[in-house]
Design a protein around this ligand. Structure first.
Ligand code: ARG
Length: 588
């Protein structure tokens, strides 16, 4: 289905052509003066030079052709040459009724669906999840859902950090604590028994202990580095321990991400890319892309147009060890082989931007990825505490994700109990649903690349630009629809009637914009614009609600029209929050 902007742009083009002007001038936009009009066209101003005419004259010529248009209630020409448009109430209602019939509420699927991989989440196995990983999960999940809604073929890959030094540290610490385990023997040939020699609780304690100890003791650190080296070079017993760590950790990660409503299609990681490294390195050498620089193997990626130095991509350290660059390049080899994607999007902390510039350039230059594949880095900013500094616990430590979520849920629980709309037991579950919305909306309503302040009080408020406010609005609509049902009505299949007052029309105009807004959100991968849209939608709904007798309306047809509008508003809101990655409770 065409969006309303597309329809009225087509109408405007025709009017320009009929008046003898270039149709390219007929660009219609949302009005930036909503007090005067709803949409506007400034094409006459742009055409003045070309036609050597006053813009006002051009605008009047064009407007004369729009008088009979079924779309507009009024077409006003204002000095110096704006064409201000107001949609007719009939047009609005009929468009909304068409929208309601569409499964995707008027969003058209991409004509050429792309195969897209989104690399997000990126937790490091055996290390606790912290707030930095939260942003990647929240933003990546929303972008995945948005692109999928548009009809693209999207695969979300968690890209585990599962091949680094932390693994060597854990092996070393385990060897110290449980030397009787068979894995540390060089001649270990056994299989990988099911039962892990530690629980997730122990594992979470082992890593920080070992990490702190290694900082103080060089021998220990050397041993951990060596263990990492042996693991990466196929030492069988260490691989067995690695398997245990993976099993225990991944089970825990799955539980954590499930609580966040974040779902990955692929649970691949750095370790999976390792087998692609030898051939890739050989290719880079054979084709002359790689050179040795003080013993290290590097690929130059500086370009002539750079005004800053872009250091070479590091392929192998002088001791032959692979690095972060290497792993990401090998992962691209793997992705190209398995999926041949049209686009790969990385949702990672923006402080890693240089790394991705190097990797993308190297991949394109060396043919690891075809020229036409889009490689995009979507860097996000830091989540700060109220003091404007990176988020910390009260004691000044790194905030663990679980604790942060608990803090929000507790606050939500308190607020929900204050409202006394639900029983204690339900309040707990509701607090989790609303708490998640508070966190996700708090994050997504900011442009991803910007830093933002995580403010528990503000995020959990039922008023203002917050997740709970949006949910509260949805719950309010649900409750009206339920009452309508209880009184014997059926809210499905009713027809929206032309608006009779300004609040009703304002709500309708906001609902009507959904597919235009969605397309922009998708095009710009900008979930924050979807948040801005639903915030405005919730505001328009609440104004309408306060100004209108809905259930007590005596004219049954009019009431049915309101109910139809409410149903559609609810569908749009629910679709949007699903695209943002959260849901609404029944009551709150
Ligand atoms: N594990 C990394 C970290 O915690 C993030 C991984 C991002 N993705 C990637 N393909 N490099 O910083």
């Amino acid at each position: 289905m065409k969006t309303l902007l597309e329809l009225i742009t087509a109408e405007m083009r025709e009017a320009f052509v009929k008046a003898g002007y270039d149709e390219e001038l007929a660009k219609v936009t949302l009005s930036n003066r909503p007090d005067l009009c709803e949409y506007q066209c400034n094409g006459a101003l742009a055409g003045a030079k070309k036609y050597k005419k006053a813009p006002f004259v051009i605008a009047e010529d064009v407007a004369a052709n729009l008088n009979d248009s079924k779309y507009f209630e009024s077409v006003d020409v204002v000095k110096p040459g704006f064409i201000n448009l107001k949609l007719s109430a009939e047009c609005v209602a009929s468009y909304l009724n068409d929208m309601a019939k569409e499964e995707k509420l008027g969003v058209s699927e991409a004509e050429k669906p792309k195969k897209i991989i989104i690399d997000y989440g990126g937790p490091n196995v055996a290390k606790p999840l912290h707030v930095g990983h939260l942003r990647s999960a929240i933003i990546g999940e929303s972008i995945k859902r948005i692109l999928r809604y548009k009809g693209h073929d999207v695969t979300g890959d968690i890209h585990l950090g599962d091949w680094g030094y932390q693994m060597g540290l854990i092996i070393t610490e385990l060897k110290k604590r449980k030397p009787e385990l068979p894995y540390f023997d060089e001649s270990y040939e056994g299989e990988y028994p099911e039962e892990a020699p530690f629980t997730i609780g122990e594992l979470e304690e082992i890593y920080p202990t070992a990490s702190a100890y290694a900082k103080e003791h060089e021998d220990y650190r050397e041993e951990a580095l060596h263990a990492t080296y042996l693991l990466q070079n196929g030492y069988r017993g260490y691989r067995a321990v690695w398997n245990h760590i993976m099993n225990v950790s991944v089970a825990d990660l799955k539980r954590n991400y499930e609580n966040l409503n974040v779902e990955f299609d692929l649970w691949k990681g750095e370790a999976d890319a390792q087998k692609y490294i030898p051939d890739m390195v050989q290719m880079l050498k054979d084709k002359g892309y790689a050179r040795y620089d003080e013993g290290a193997l590097v690929v130059d990626v500086q370009e002539e147009t750079d005004n800053k130095e872009v250091p070479p991509c590091m392929i192998l350290k002088s001791d032959g060890a692979a690095l972060y660059d290497t792993t990401d390049l090998a992962t691209l080899v793997q992705r190209e082989e398995d999926y041949h994607p049209d686009q790969v999007i990385y949702v990672v902390d923006k402080r890693q931007e240089l790394h991705f510039i190097q990797v993308f350039r190297c991949a394109k230059k060396t043919g690891i990825m075809p020229q036409e594949t889009e490689l995009d880095f979507l860097g996000f900013g830091t989540m700060n505490g109220k003091d404007g500094k990176p988020f910390k616990t009260r004691e000044g430590g790194v905030m663990r994700l679980e604790n942060l979520i608990r803090e929000i849920d507790d606050e939500m629980y308190r607020k929900i109990m204050d409202n006394r709309t639900v029983e204690e037991e339900e309040a707990e579950r509701t607090a989790q649903i609303v708490g998640l919305a508070a966190i996700k909306y708090g994050d997504l309503s900011n442009q991803a690349s910007k830093d933002y302040v995580f403010d528990v009080d503000r995020f959990t408020s039922f008023e203002g630009n917050t997740g709970p406010y949006i949910l509260y609005t949805i719950v309010r609509i649900k409750s009206i629809l339920n009452k309508y049902r209880e009184a014997g009505g059926n809210p499905d299949g009713l027809v929206i009637r032309p608006a009779e007052n300004e609040y009703e029309k304002a709500l309708m105009l906001q609902v009507l914009k959904f597919n235009d807004v969605f397309d922009a959100v998708c095009e710009e991968t900008a979930p924050h614009k979807l948040c801005a849209y639903i915030y405005e939608l919730a505001n328009e709904f609440n104004k309408f609600y306060h100004e209108t007798k809905i259930l007590s309306e005596e004219d049954e047809e009019k009431k049915a029209g309101y109910i139809a509008l409410l149903s559609l508003s609810k569908r749009v809101l629910e679709t949007c929050i699903d695209l943002l990655g959260f849901e609404a409770p029944e009551r709150m």
